[in-house]
Ligand binder design. Structure first.
Ligand SMILES: *Cc1c(COP(=O)(O)O)cnc(C)c1O
Length: 376
């Protein structure tokens, strides 16, 4: 089965991890700040804070923004549950905005319509790897006195008007899970230009303690706020440093695969690629197609099953978060609240896209999609 995404681990990655395992530091050693420094440089950010997952990164970001009891945070309905969950961890309420049907990026007018006196922040999501309308979102956030953060789990290497994602919003979170652009097994990163926010985040990932073990010269330390253990290990950082070197080549490969899919599906009456926004560089974590169900004899489930039977590991990203039972029961969300995200959910499929795919793999996906969607 060709999966929709997959890591690529080479001999140099293995050597880097082995060297870290044989060193004095398994965690809280020198490779963590080295990885942070290189990551910050790669995305043009002043600070990068490494944590144990993309979900931890979101929690750290929500805490740093001061999200608390009674605060509302606007997030797009079309995202992974973790984007909303981080708000709930802090006692806040996620408010779901609808998406633009052409790109599935958060719709700025829908965000504006959902702002209330209790809104504290917007967490935008660069769905599939395409940057959202940051200028418009930043202007809205500024006008209404709220913060703009970005869940860029899909968008490492993407650029908005030539500024790398990671240097656009006040806080940007990344995931280093194996299906994402680079991996540390589990891992995450938060970037910011704000010194005080970066300091707060480093404290939060380490129990709320102000000085980290390595820096302590005496027995004394203080816990100044409630934090967690969200630290990334040194051997994971070793893998991250090694993986980061490959990011430019891997981005090119993802973009080349996407171009082949675009060429194959453009003009197809049944299969439409999502729209591209001008002025942005897409990093193609996902390649999402929409099925024109009116032109199809079968439904999305049949196409999904047919492709899986053919060995093509398609997936669906995502069930709109407000439709999950937890959100319905706890926050009273329901179908009809974000109609464009809900309609898109019935039509979308994510096709395999990852740097190690061969030309034959790409051709096989195209052929399988063509075959199953031309059966009317
Ligand atoms: C992957 C992902 C996350 C969570 O990252 P983990 O590293 O798996 O915790 C959060 N948001 C989005 C949009 C993601 O795709």
């Amino acid at each position: 089965m060709l999966p929709y995404g997959r890591q690529w681990i080479d001999a140099d990655d293995e050597r880097a991890v082995l060297a870290a395992l044989r060193s004095d530091w398994l965690t809280t050693g020198p490779l963590v700040p080295e990885f942070e420094g290189r990551f910050a440089e790669a995305v043009g950010a002043r600070h990068a804070v490494a944590v144990s997952s993309g979900t931890a990164a979101l929690h750290v970001a929500a805490a740093a923004l001061g999200i608390g009891e009674g605060d509302e945070v606007i997030i797009p309905a079309m995202t992974f549950a973790a984007t909303a969950n981080c708000v709930v961890y802090q006692g806040g309420t996620p408010v779901f905005a609808d998406v633009d049907p052409a790109t599935l990026l958060v719709d700025v007018d829908s965000v504006a319509a959902k702002i209330t006196d209790r809104t504290k922040a917007i967490i935008a999501v660069d769905y599939a790897g395409q940057p959202c309308a940051y200028d418009e979102l930043a202007e809205l956030a500024r006008d209404r006195g709220i913060s703009l953060a970005a869940d860029a789990a899909h968008a490492l290497g993407a650029r908005y008007k030539d500024v790398p994602v990671g240097a656009v919003a006040r806080l940007t979170t990344f995931s280093l899970h194996p299906v994402k652009h680079i991996t540390t097994g589990e891992g995450g990163m938060i970037t910011t230009a704000d010194d005080a926010l970066a300091q707060r985040m480093r404290t939060f990932r380490n129990h709320g303690i102000t000085t980290e073990h390595r820096e302590r010269e005496t027995w004394f330390y203080e816990m100044v706020s409630l934090g967690y253990n969200y630290r990334l290990t040194d051997f994971q950082s070793a893998l991250g440093i090694s993986q980061l070197r490959k990011l430019p080549a891997w981005l090119k490969r993802r973009q080349a695969i996407a171009r082949q899919y675009d060429d194959a599906f453009t003009g197809n009456p049944v299969v439409s690629p999502l729209s591209r926004t001008p002025g942005a560089t897409h990093s193609y974590h996902l390649y999402v197609i929409r099925l024109n169900l009116d032109e199809l004899a079968t439904d999305r489930a049949a196409v999904f099953r047919g492709l899986r039977d053919d060995g093509i590991g398609v997936n669906v990203h995502y069930v709109p978060v407000h439709l999950h039972p937890y959100y319905r029961e706890r926050f009273g969300t329901r179908a009809g609240m974000c109609p464009r995200a809900e309609a898109a959910y019935e039509q979308i499929l994510s096709l395999p896209i990852f740097p190690r795919m061969t030309e034959d793999d790409v051709a096989r996906v195209i052929e399988a999609v063509m075959k199953i969607t031309s059966a009317r």
